[in-house]
Design a protein around this ligand. Sequence first.
Ligand code: BGC
Length: 246
Amino acid sequence: MKALGIDIGGSAVKGAPVDTNTGRLLAERLKIETPEKLSPARLAATVAEIAAHFRWRGPIGVGYPGVIQGTRIRTAANLHPRFVGCDGVKLFARATGCRVALLNDAAAAGLAEMRFGSGRGFAGKTLMLTLGTGIGSVVALDGVVVPLELGHLPMKGRSAERRVSSSARKRLDLSWSQWARRLNEYFEVLETIIQPELIIIGGGVSSKHDKFFPHLRTRARLIPARLGNAAGIIGAALHAVPAARD
Ligand code: BGC
């Protein structure tokens, strides 16, 4: 089974065809930078450009960085505000002419890591965070992945992701240990309410885990995601093929 996985991020859209049985990318992924916040129509055209690049006619899974309820997008913290209320399934299906399944971007990354990555074979309560432009979050238990919005937990009067995301580290020019101190405060709250047995850190920065993991103090075992930036693409593709979801 094959599906095209698309990962919409705050600064780029990435996609590649995926073998949903093995989780392998079937071609080198295409990344299109989106430095400004694109309107829904322009972002849909970017997704269509990726589908056309792979001459894709099959199912497409789209991971979107916000709350998804049914076929609708409910939030757009780091994207164009016109996405709020928009029917994302219709939008991307019209632009590509293909069948589209839509899910939260962190849920996509979580599905992929639990199936093929560092959470593989672990059925206990797992918290996975993706640290990027925002903070994506999911809890997984017994193979079920539930998207959460822990990046918007209030911390010092603002959304946690404004202080603790990977882009906050760059924007505020924090050293790795300064950033880790903020992450530790955040983990203390998350561990108190979620009590995970395992914490997986994803997002581009997970490849630099040796720089900040030594400063982190979590009760749960802490491991980096294994699929790196491909996790969002792989998980979106899994979501597009119903039989690959279970
Ligand atoms: C959004 C989440 C998303 C995360 C990572 C947050 O701002 O609200 O839905 O998963 O960013 O992209």
